[in-house]
Design a protein around this ligand. Sequence first.
Ligand SMILES: [Zn+2]
Ligand SMILES: [Zn+2]
Length: 92
Amino acid sequence: MNFSDRWLTCVDCGKEFLWDAGEQAWFSSNRLANQPKRCKKCRDQRRDRHLPHALPATQVNCDQCGAPTYVPFLPQGTKPIYCRMCLTAVRA
Ligand SMILES: [Zn+2]
Ligand SMILES: [Zn+2]
C-alpha cells in the first residue's frame, strides 16, 4: 500500500494538519481504521485533560525568592516550596 501525505481538518480547532505517510503506515499496521480527527496540539490537550492526576494548580510563593509559582498539590506548610528556578539551583 502506498501512503502519501494528506491534510486533514481538526474537529476541535478547525485547522488543517498534516497526516504524513509515516503516520498513515503506522495507523494501517496497527489496524486503526479511522483517520485522526484532531491535530497533535488538540490531541495533547485532550490527553492532558483526561489525566487522572491533573489537579488544579495552587499558587504559592517560593520560599527562596518569593516568586509566585504553581504546584499541583495543596501545600501543607511542612516542606519548603521552591519555584522552578530555585528548585534547579537547590538540586544542583
Ligand atoms: Zn486542533
Ligand atoms: Zn524561587
